[in-house]
Structure formats: structure tokens, C-alpha cells
Design a protein around this ligand. Structure first.
Ligand SMILES: [Zn+2]
Length: 353
């Protein structure tokens, strides 16, 4: 099969010669970056490049994961977040085949990757900004393709027993779930995986395969209905900021994991000092992102990307908001606390790397 990345590189070159669709212009002064990037519907035409960090950057030359493949289905299409670095799309295709091989239904359900040009999002994630993060549902792909509406409405299934404190529900969690997560961790191009602390603990207690891969599996709030795959910066991606390596041990006795099982992360925030003026969190602006992101945002749309996008009539901006959950409380790097809805109990400190 011809790789999507090669195909799109070719298309990119064509688009640059032929001119392309213009994006609606938007005043950038004073508009938070999440609104600017959230309003763009298609990627720019350029060689693929992750620019900046997972939680502070953007993406050039994105490609879309097709809505349907033999072993995957993209979910919540209205969000228009199935754009990624071609390396990410290739990985998801490979992972979906491997997942089906493990007996994970007929493959995977893919949640958010990134917006067409990456960048901060108006809702949800703190990361997913450079096309190298993807969320995978803890629900296998059914045999039949779902309609666009079914993909909007299918409820998430938590792996936790909500009647207990931070405990995996043994009626839902199976050894296939464990193998699915560990399969994702096994690819050398995967930098880390985020799962709920209860899931990490469960894997620590039960995983009999290569224990060193468990170090890549990082505990974080949320991530009980989906898990999150983060890729390394692709080779030669000069503008991509690397994240520190994960431990090469299973990291099961770490303070970071134990901390989640203390009261501290779940305690209500201390009342604000009445003598202090409340500090309003500052919005991330375009000028806070790598300089190259300004050009990425302003570039004309990739005229051929409409085809990659699938052309299906998804009214991504006018549909009702999908049920909140995936990525609502994302991610390990909460660089933008303003993104997190107030009603979500948020751990006060985040001792993860
Ligand atoms: Zn995520």
C-alpha cells in the first residue's frame, strides 16, 4: 500500500503550484491562539513538521486519518481532530492491525489526534498540538461501520469501578485491554502512553510480558475511557521539542504513581487568600507559540486536503457539542489550566514528567 505520507507530499507540491483555498481571515490581535487554530478547517500545504512541544506548538503539513479503514474507525468526526503528522497516521494504521490481531474487536476506535494545523484547542486537551498525540478508545471497533451520528453519540465506557476509589472494574477490564495498551507501548516510535493511575497499577500487578515497557505507561488523571499515545519527535524534525525519556524500569514503585493513591490529589483546592487579588489565568496567544506557527496559521489551505478529509458532509461547527469526556481532563502537561472546565475536579499538583 502506498504510504499516506508519500502521497500527501506529492499533493502538497501540487497544491503549492496550483494555488489553494483561502481560509477566512480573522483578526489575530487579542484573539487567543486556541480560537485561531480552532477555526481553521484544513491543513496548510507543506512538508510535514511538528513545531514546538506537545502542549505548546502547532503542525505544518498535516494529513487526515481516513474516517474508516479495515481495522479502525475515527470517532466524533464533528470535532475535526483527526489530523496528524504522517508518522502518526502510519502508526495508527499499524496499531489498528496489531490490535485486531490481538482480538481487540475488529480494530480500534480513534478519538482526537490534532486540529488541521495543530495548535491549542478551544476545548479539551492541553496537548495534542503538534500532531504526535492520539487518543484510543477503551472500546473495540464493532464489525459494522457506524454512521457519523453514531460516532458522535456512542457513550464512553470507563474502566473504573465508580463505587470504589481509583480501582479498575474487573467486570470490564480484561487481559486483552492490557495487551492492547502494552502493544501500543511496544513501538519504538512511541514516546509514552497515558492511562489512569488505576490502570497503571493494574498493569503493574498483572503484566507478565516485558516489564521494562511499563515505564512508558504513565499514570495521569482521566484516561479511564481512552488511553493516549504520544510519539517521539520523528527523525529529522528539527522544530520538534523532545520530551524527557521515561524510566527504563517498570516504574511501579514510583512516588508519582503512589501519589495518586493518596488524598492529596483529590483534596479541594485551598480557599483563596482574601487579601490577594485573584490572578486570572493568561490565555495562550499566537506569540507564545513557536514563530513558525504564525506562518502555518496564515498559509493558504491545502487544496487537495479536502479529498483526504473525506468530503463527507460533517457540519463540524454547527453540530451540537459531543458529550464531554475524551480529553476533557487531558493531559499530563496541563499547560493551560483555563482549558479545564471548572466542574471537573482537578488534582492540585501534577508530579509527572
Ligand atoms: Zn489525549
Amino acid at each position: 500500500m502506498k504510504s499516506i505520507s508519500n502521497m500527501v507530499l506529492g499533493l502538497a507540491a501540487t497544491a503549492m503550484l496550483c494555488g489553494s483555498l483561502a481560509e477566512p481571515s480573522m483578526a489575530q490581535d487579542g484573539t487567543p491562539a486556541k480560537q485561531l487554530f480552532g477555526a481553521v478547517r484544513l491543513p496548510n500545504a507543506a512538508p510535514p513538521a511538528p513545531l514546538g512541544f506537545y502542549a505548546k506548538g502547532c503542525m505544518s503539513g498535516a494529513v487526515a486519518l481516513p474516517t474508516d479503514g479495515p481495522t479502525w474507525q475515527a470517532m466524533r468526526l464533528s470535532r475535526n481532530r483527526r489530523w496528524g503528522n504522517p508518522a502518526m497516521i502510519d502508526l495508527l494504521e499499524q496499531f489498528s492491525r496489531d490490535a485486531a490481531g490481538l482480538g481487540w474487536g475488529t480494530g480500534i476506535l480513534v478519538g482526537d489526534i490534532s486540529q488541521p494545523r495543530g495548535g491549542p484547542m478551544p476545548s479539551g486537551h492541553a496537548s495534542h498540538q503538534i500532531g504526535l498525540d492520539a487518543d484510543i478508545w477503551f472500546t473495540p471497533k464493532p464489525g459494522q461501520p457506524m454512521t457519523a451520528q453514531q460516532r458522535e453519540n456512542l457513550p464512553f465506557t470507563s474502566m473504573l469501578d465508580k463505587s470504589k476509589f481509583l480501582t479498575v472494574d474487573s467486570r470490564k477490564w480484561t487481559s486483552t485491554h492490557a495487551r492492547l495498551v502494552m502493544q501500543a507501548a511496544s513501538y519504538p516510535q512511541v514516546q509514552r502512553i497515558f492511562v489512569n493511575p488505576a490502570i497503571k497499577k493494574k498493569l503493574c500487578q498483572t503484566w507478565t510480558g516485558d516489564r521494562s515497557l511499563l515505564g512508558k505507561v504513565r499514570p495521569v488523571y482521566g484516561h479511564d475511557e481512552h488511553f493516549h499515545i504520544r510519539m517521539n519527535c520523528p527523525p529529522g524534525a528539527a522544530g520538534c521539542e523532545r520530551q524527557a525519556a521515561t524510566p527504563s524500569t517498570d516504574d511501579c514503585d514510583s512516588k508519582a504513581l503512589a501519589w495518586w493513591f493518596t488524598k492529596e490529589p483529590w483534596a479541594p483546592p485551598k480557599p483563596a487568600d482574601p487579601n490577594k487579588k485573584p490572578v486570572k489565568p493568561r490565555q495562550v496567544m499566537l506569540s507564545d507559540l513557536p514563530k513558525a506557527c504564525t506562518a502555518v496559521l496564515a498559509a493558504p489551505s491545502h487544496s487537495e486536503a479536502e479529498a483526504t478529509y473525506g468530503g463527507e458532509p460533517v457540519a463540524y461547527s454547527s453540530q451540537p457539542a459531543p458529550p464531554a469526556a475524551v480529553g476533557q481532563i487531558d493531559d499530563a502537561i496541563a499547560s493551560d489550566p483555563a482549558n479545564v472546565p471548572a466542574e471537573v475536579p482537578l488534582p492540585r499538583e501534577r508530579p509527572f514528567r
